[in-house]
Design a protein around this ligand. Structure first.
Ligand code: NDP
Length: 279
């Protein structure tokens, strides 16, 4: 019997994860299946679906919106990334034991490094937004050796609060937060990540051209939206390197796959199958 894996979310019909993991399994010769499970909107639906999956011998799950917090809560043990993110996107089942991980942040770091063509170490990083996506990527970005991280958010208080809460956990990396208006005096950044959900409503957080250092990478965490208003504004500000979040999706999937199977698949081949030109 092949080992069983799945992604669980609500809605889930349009998830690319089964396609991605099927390609990983073929490329690495793993005997496994990977399906999509809809956890539904009813209270307790996620927990019941996970229980049924485990009872049927399921070995691991990817977890997506809106269940990432619930996934962390049902685990017996959690990685530092998942604990600090306050959310889990990967579950590993070993008998009665459930372990939670969060691979979103390391997925982002790997994709940024692919796009830069160099490690993130020593780079200045601007994160736009102070929601779950920003919280989830802070520790991996710090661990990758970023020289400085600034969190800028439409609601300044949330950026201040997040920076204050997480600074003690980032191993001495310079971390500060403020409103978008603080960017005018915040200097230039080598990597500017849009971790807001503004692109989903056709909007962009206001970023002054001075925030983009020469040769900077502008990165939008959303994918499937083409050239978003944020990426278009970055280009207009002279930023030649732009990327959307599809690579992050593929890289976080590869990290989950490696945790489950002990082998890391080639992500670039899979990304090439999925990618559509941004414009
Ligand atoms: P949250 O709802 O937790 O946070 C949303 C953030 O966006 C807040 O900081 C909010 O600011 C800000 N925001 C929303 N609209 C605007 C706007 N019009 N202008 C400026 N700021 C705005 O969302 P998440 O953090 O969970 O997710 C953010 C994005 O990241 C989503 O689009 C998600 O799809 C993407 N993502 C992609 C992943 C991938 O694999 N590629 C993985 C994880 C997330 P305020 O506080 O002022 O309301």
């Amino acid at each position: 019997m092949p080992d069983r894996y799945a992604v669980i979310g609500h809605p889930i019909a349009h998830s690319k994860s089964p396609f991605i993991h099927d390609l990983f399994a073929q490329a690495t010769g793993q005997d496994m299946t990977y399906e999509a499970i809809d956890g539904g909107a009813a209270p307790g639906g996620f927990e019941r679906a996970v229980q049924a999956f485990r009872a049927a011998g399921g070995r691991g799950l990817n977890v997506t919106l809106p269940f990432k917090l619930a996934a962390l809560q049902l685990a017996d043990e959690a990685s530092a990334d998942a604990r600090l993110a306050g959310a889990a996107n990967t579950l590993i089942f070993e008998g009665a034991h459930a372990r939670a991980h969060n691979t979103d942040g390391i997925g982002l770091v790997r994709d940024i490094e692919h796009n830069l063509g160099t490690p993130l170490a020593g780079r200045r990083v601007l994160l736009l937004g102070a929601g779950g996506a920003t919280r989830g990527v802070l520790l991996p970005i710090a661990r990758a050796g970023a020289a400085r991280i600034f969190i800028a958010n439409r609601t300044a208080d949330k950026a201040h609060a997040l920076a204050r809460e997480l600074a003690p956990h980032l191993g001495g990396v310079a971390l500060a937060g403020g409103g978008l208006d603080a960017l005018a005096g915040a200097g230039a950044f080598d990597v500017v990540v849009n971790a807001t959900s503004a692109s989903l409503s056709g909007q962009a957080p206001a970023v002054p051209p001075s925030a983009f250092a020469p040769g900077a990478l502008a990165y939008d965490m959303v994918y499937g939206q083409g050239l978003t208003p944020f990426l278009a504004a970055a280009r207009a500000a002279g930023c030649a390197r732009v990327a959307d979040g599809l690579g992050m999706l593929v890289e976080q999937a590869a990290e989950s796959f490696a945790l489950w199977r002990g082998v890391r698949p080639d992500t670039r081949a899979v990304l090439a199958r999925l990618a559509v030109p941004l414009d």
